[in-house]
Design a binder for this molecule. Sequence first.
Ligand SMILES: Cc1cc2nc3c(=O)[nH]c(=O)nc-3n(C[C@H](O)[C@H](O)[C@H](O)COP(=O)(O)OP(=O)(O)OC[C@H]3O[C@@H](n4cnc5c(N)ncnc54)[C@H](O)[C@@H]3O)c2cc1C
Length: 242
Amino acid sequence: MKNENRHEAKVIKIAELTADIKHFWLQVQDGNSFDFKAGQFVTLDLPIGEHPKDRLRSYSIASSPNGNYVFELVIMHLKGGRASEYLFNEIIEGDLINFKGPHGKFLLPEKIESDICFVCTGTGITPFRSMLQHLEKTNQQHKNIFLFFGTRFMKDVLFREEMEQLQKAFPHFNYRFVLSKEESAEYKGAKGHIHQLYENEFADKRPADFYLCGWRGMIDEAKIRLKTMDYSSKNIHQEIYD
Ligand SMILES: Cc1cc2nc3c(=O)[nH]c(=O)nc-3n(C[C@H](O)[C@H](O)[C@H](O)COP(=O)(O)OP(=O)(O)OC[C@H]3O[C@@H](n4cnc5c(N)ncnc54)[C@H](O)[C@@H]3O)c2cc1C
């Protein structure tokens, strides 16, 4: 890792979001300003391997730029994954972590001229949480904004209350989620896969920009479906996690 953009951060808070997803608050320690854009990621340098490339893992920033030194990450525990095991079993509040960043070009346009559709599964919601907080805070002009989230069970829906609150307070923001495996009688919401949400909403093929975030399988499938709907590559933006 070069020195450029290299920082040290203290883990000031850890919270459990689901059985296998944790929310980390990091405070940058080195006194340089830590500026980032909503949608960017950081690369953690963890003591989990000898070679730099074995130690580096990237994570989207889950919070919006706020002018102070604290930012948030939301991380899934991949069983047996080296960074996952370290972050879930070793790291405690007060520990220091090295990281590089911010990086990334998964950003909103400076001027939003058409509908925006965020499509994500699991921790893929993180850059969108950052973008939504940023849009709300800065009052940037926008058209309709959709956040479509897919997961298997109700217990895995991330930031549900927060997104439902935001939907009440933030004009033109629509939040919907879909569950692929939930069988409980109490659940009366949408069942199935993430793809049906944007296919239904944008069946009229009106101008829109699609932002896809998560694991490769979901993103590849969404790109094929959006292209079949005649959306062009320039309106499809992606952040792939693997
Ligand atoms: C730009 C970017 C942003 C990212 N942001 C986040 C984020 O916000 N939150 C987050 O949890 N992760 C995020 N990731 C993924 C993260 O960088 C790691 O890949 C993840 O934490 C697994 O690392 P590990 O060391 O635990 O597993 P490893 O030991 O590196 O992984 C073992 C193997 O499992 C595969 N794998 C990893 N996760 C999954 C999965 N869920 N499903 C199927 N296969 C998988 C890997 O490709 C690898 O082949 C991001 C990745 C990138 C590139």
